[in-house]
Design a protein around this ligand. Structure first.
Ligand code: SAH
Length: 494
C-alpha cells in the first residue's frame, strides 16, 4: 500500500475533544509523530504496534527542527507507512501544518488533513466565553502574539480596534503587556472587558477576568504561563454568568483510576466530564492462559452443566478467544444457562448476543455462589481467574452444588506507572483512588510498594474490595451498589 500522511488536530487538551475521524486515523496508524502537550489519553489510542516519534520540546531538550520533522514525515510515507502527524488544537491554525505539507506535495506523497478543535475557541468556551454573541460583536479575529526574537510585534493594532470584533491572541503570554498597550494606544477603551484562559479545557484550567488595561498586571500577579489564550472584547463580560466548567462537581479533585486499560475508559471519561483531574494508572493486566485444555474440554461437554458462571468480563473474553481460535461461535454454548457476577460481565455477554439468566442482587462472588445454590440443581462450570475468590466455591459447597472451577486467565499485578503513581501519592495532592475489584487493590499496593496511604481515600465498589484496601492501610468508602453508577455517586458525595 502507498504511504500517506494524515495531519490530525488533537484538540486543545480535553481528550474528549479529539474528533471521531482523528481517532480513526490514529487507530489505523503505523507511525505517529507528535508534539508535546498532547493528552496522554489521546496518545493511549495509538496502537501498540505503531511507532511513536516524539518531536516535541522536552525538559532540557530542544524540539526537533521543523525541517527534520518534514523529512521524517516524507521518509516514513515513502516507506509505505500510514503516518499520522498529531498536532495540538487545529493543525492549520498557527500549527505549521501547511509547512509540513509542502515537502510531501513536492514528492507527490498522499496526504490528508483532519481539522481539530482549536484552543482559540475551546479555551474561551470552557471559560464561559462565547467568542461571538449577537449583542456584542459580529466578528472574531485570531492573532499570534509571538514576536520573532528581538523584533517588535507585527500587529496592526489600529485595524484590529476598528473591527470592534472579539480578539483572541495565541502564544501571547510573554508579550501580553505589548499587546494590551498596543490596543490602548490605537484607541481601544481601557475598560474593554478582557480575559486570559490558561491550560484551557484541562482539569487545572484557570481563567482570569480583567480589562484590556489591567489584564497584563493580573496575569503577572497570578503567575499565568503558557499555554494560554487572551480574549479581548465585550463577550468576556459573560464569563461569570456562563461559566460551566469551574462549577463542575468534581472540579479540583484528583482521582486515580486503577482499572485495566481496556475497561478504564468509561469510568475515567465520566469522572472527567464531572470536572475531575483523572489519572489512568492501570494496575492489573489479565493474561489469558493459552492453550487452556481444561476449558476446551469443559466447553466440549457443556451439556453436562446447568449453568456457566462468569466472575468478570475477562472470563467472557477468554472463552470467546478460544471459540474464535476454533472457528466456532456462540452456538457452541447451546442451551446452557448463563450466570454473571454483575452488570459489567453481563454487558460483555451481550456483546456476543447473549444475556445472563442470573445476576445476583449484590455483585460479588459470595452472592453469586449463594444465588446459584438456590436456583441450580445441576452442575456449574466456572470460568475465571487463577486465585479467584474462595467465597464463590464455598457458597456452592454449602449448597451442595457440584461444579468445575476452571482457570482461564491469570492476573498480573503491576503498573508501568508505578513511579509516577508513588510520586503523586507522596505529593499529598491526590484525593481519591477508585478500586473496582480486590485485584485492582492488590495491583495498586504491589505497584506502589511501601507507602503511607493515610492521606488518600479508596473508593471501593464493594465490601470485598474495601476489605482488601483496609488490609493495605487505605482509608475507604464503599459504593452503595457494586456498579459504576454507584461508584461515581459515592465519589460525588465524598
Ligand atoms: N494549533 C493550535 C495552536 C498552536 S500555537 C490550536 O489550534 O489550538 C500554541 C498556542 O496555542 C499557545 O501558545 C496557546 O496560546 C494556545 N494553546 C494551545 N493549547 C492551549 C490550551 N489548552 N489552553 C490555552 N491556550 C492554548
Amino acid at each position: 500500500m502507498a504511504g500517506k500522511v494524515t495531519l490530525v488536530g488533537s484538540g486543545p487538551g480535553d481528550p474528549g475533544l479529539l474528533t471521531i475521524k482523528g481517532r480513526e486515523a490514529l487507530e489505523a496508524a503505523d507511525v505517529v509523530v507528535f508534539d508535546r502537550l498532547i493528552s496522554p489519553c489521546v496518545l493511549a489510542l495509538i496502537p501498540e504496534r505503531a511507532e511513536r516519534i516524539n518531536v516535541g520540546k522536552q525538559a532540557n531538550h530542544h524540539p526537533v527542527p521543523q525541517e527534520q520533522i518534514n523529512q521524517i514525515l516524507l521518509e516514513k510515507a515513502l516507506e509505505g507507512k500510514q503516518v499520522v502527524r498529531l498536532k495540538g488544537g487545529d493543525p492549520f491554525l498557527f500549527g505549521r501544518g501547511g509547512e509540513e505539507l509542502e515537502l510531501l506535495a513536492a514528492h507527490d506523497v498522499a496526504f490528508e488533513e483532519v481539522p481539530g478543535v482549536t484552543s482559540a475557541i475551546a479555551a474561551p468556551a470552557y471559560g464561559g466565553i462565547p467568542v461571538t454573541h449577537r449583542d456584542f460583536t459580529s466578528s472574531l479575529h485570531i492573532i499570534t502574539g509571538h514576536a520573532r526574537a528581538g523584533k517588535p510585534l507585527e500587529i496592526d493594532f489600529e485595524a484590529l480596534v476598528r473591527t470592534r470584533g472579539t480578539l483572541v491572541f495565541l502564544m501571547g503570554v510573554q508579550s501580553l503587556a505589548d499587546i494590551c498597550n498596543g490596543l490602548l494606544a490605537a484607541g481601544m477603551a481601557p475598560d474593554t472587558p478582557a480575559a486570559i484562559v490558561e491550560r484551557g479545557t484541562l482539569p487545572d484550567q484557570r481563567r482570569l477576568n480583567a480589562t484590556v488595561e489591567t489584564l497584563p498586571r493580573a496575569a503577572e500577579e497570578n503567575g499565568v504561563v503558557s499555554p494560554a489564550v487572551s480574549i479581548i472584547g465585550p463577550v468576556c463580560s459573560l464569563a461569570e454568568r456562563f461559566d460551566w466548567f469551574d462549577v463542575l462537581p468534581l472540579k479540583g479533585r484528583r482521582i486515580v483510576v486503577t482499572r485495566p486499560r481496556e475497561r478504564a475508559g468509561t469510568l475515567a471519561a465520566r469522572l472527567r466530564n464531572l470536572g475531575a483531574d483523572v489519572f489512568e494508572y492501570p494496575c492489573i493486566r489479565t493474561v489469558p492462559l493459552v492453550p487452556c485444555p481444561e476449558m476446551e474440554a469443559a466447553v466440549a461437554r457443556l451439556t453436562d452443566y446447568e449453568y456457566l458462571a462468569f466472575t468478570s468480563p475477562a472470563g467472557v473474553g477468554c472463552l470467546w478467544d478460544m471459540l474464535e481460535r476454533h472457528g466456532s461461535d456462540a452456538r457452541a454454548l447451546g442451551g446452557v444457562k448463563l450466570a454473571a457476577i454483575g452488570t459489567g460481565t453481563d454487558r460483555e455477554l451481550r456483546k456476543h448476543g447473549l444475556r445472563a439468566d442470573y445476576i445476583p442482587a449484590v455483585y460479588d462472588a459470595a452472592h453469586l455462589g449463594a444465588g446459584l445454590a438456590e436456583i441450580c440443581t445441576g452442575r456449574v462450570l466456572i470460568l475465571r481467574a487463577e486465585l479467584g475468590s474462595p467465597a464463590l466455591t464455598e457458597a456452592l459447597d454449602r449448597g451442595k452444588i457440584s461444579y468445575d472451577d476452571i482457570h482461564c486467565y491469570t492476573t498480573v499485578y503491576e503498573s508501568e506507572y508505578a513511579a509516577s503513581l508513588k510520586a503523586l501519592i507522596q505529593s499529598g495532592k491526590l484525593d481519591l483512588v477508585t478500586f473496582t475489584s480486590a485485584s485492582t487493590v492488590k495491583g495498586f499496593a504491589a505497584s506502589v510498594g511501601a507507602c503511607d496511604f493515610s492521606r488518600i481515600t479508596g473508593v471501593c465498589i464493594g465490601e470485598q474490595t474495601a476489605a482488601e484496601a483496609k488490609h493495605h492501610g487505605i482509608p475507604v468508602i464503599v459504593a452503595k451498589r457494586a456498579d459504576i453508577d454507584a461508584l461515581v455517586d459515592a465519589i460525588l458525595h465524598v
